[in-house]
Design a protein around this ligand. Structure first.
Ligand code: UDP
Length: 327
């Protein structure tokens, strides 16, 4: 039965296993909001390769494929469509981007999620919310398990995103309880990989682009803050396994391999080659001091653990950025 088995990416061969069940899998109509984004486009690739039918926003290489529809639409406005599953990813996720227009970020989080849950209710579609490790804020518990309630400044510069995602979770479970929507919530920790925008502004793309240009790597603050980075192919496995599995409470998806930002700068510079040069810039307000996922729930409930080391993912991402013409 193809519906019970995710098609996971094999890091050693960098391929998807050939799966007989593909041909027996019931084709589903799947809506991916944010399908043109960094994570969304990788998810769409995987779903299309599994033989599903997609509706997304901007995936050029699938345009013209009979199983693919492109919808250009802002999730802040409702729309009607018949679907079986919704992966709700649409939202800016990089701090400089989501802080550039905080009102739009809040509207996207709240109204976008409200609209997609309304759609899920009407069409009886399964609904997966892409939430975030930012719901834990600047955590006082380390690593962060799903039952930690978080430590978020509700009026700080990150609030539009953090509180936006927290209310998205609240909405999602309200629809589950009161409208019988079949929901999944994943809390995504820092994710990187090919197709990140070089101007994304997050640490992985900044450091790789700076190292490739021979510029010093910019560290905000002292560099003692930590993050745990996962390769996007692992995340996509987790998204699909969460949707397929029966567990409805929040699930952390992240790689527990933890780096200080200083260690991470050294690692990236060594992979690119050349001398490590650092430019220290002022710390950003409300920057979480540490972050690392507890992934017991993912491992137990959806049999998910990351397969890629951060180093392998970084090497492949460096190769991707090297080939970009407009870097
Ligand atoms: N950071 C940094 N230099 C950069 C970009 C980010 O030192 O050029 C730091 C940032 O202050 C944070 C960490 O790297 O502590 C991760 O930042 P990012 O924006 O990638 O993601 P976040 O986890 O903060 O959402």
């Amino acid at each position: 039965d193809g519906e019970t088995e995710a098609m996971t990416f094999d890091p050693s061969t960098k391929t998807y296993p050939r799966v007989r069940h593909l041909f027996f899998t019931k084709q589903k109509r799947i809506l991916v909001t944010g399908g043109a984004g960094f994570v969304g486009s990788h998810l769409v690739d995987r779903l299309m390769k599994m033989g599903h039918y997609g509706n997304v926003r901007n995936i050029e290489h699938w345009l013209g494929h009979p199983n693919f529809d492109l919808i250009r639409h802002d999730v802040v406005d409702p729309f009607k469509i018949e679907v079986d599953e919704i992966y709700h990813l649409a939202c800016p996720a990089s701090p400089p981007h989501y802080q550039a227009n905080p009102i739009k970020t809040v509207k996207t989080s709240f109204l976008g999620t409200l609209n997609m849950l309304g759609l899920a209710r009407r069409t009886k579609a399964k609904f997966l919310l892409a939430s975030t490790s930012e719901v834990y804020g600047d955590p006082e518990v380390h690593p962060q398990p799903e039952d930690y309630w978080g430590h978020v400044n509700p009026i700080g510069p990150r609030a539009c995103y953090d509180e936006g995602k927290r209310i998205s979770e609240t909405l999602t479970y309200s629809y589950a309880t009161h409208e019988q929507v079949d929901v999944r919530v994943v809390r995504i920790f820092n994710t990187f990989g090919p197709r990140m925008n070089p101007k994304d502004g997050r640490v992985v793309s900044n450091f790789i682009v700076q190292a490739l240009h021979g510029e010093p790597l910019t560290i905000y603050g002292e560099g003692s803050q930590t993050r745990s980075f996962q390769y996007v192919h692992d995340l996509v496995d987790g998204l699909i396994q969460a949707m397929m599995g029966g567990y409805t409470l929040p699930i952390n998806l992240g790689n527990p391999q933890e780096f200080t930002i200083s260690e991470f700068a050294t690692m990236v510079q060594e992979k690119v080659g050349g001398q490590v040069q650092i430019q220290y810039l002022p710390a950003v307000e409300d920057d979480p001091k540490k972050r690392k996922p507890d992934i017991m729930v993912a491992s137990k409930e959806i049999a998910w653990t990351p397969k890629f080391s951060v180093e392998q993912g970084i090497e492949e991402t460096i190769q991707y950025f090297k080939l970009l013409h407009d870097l």
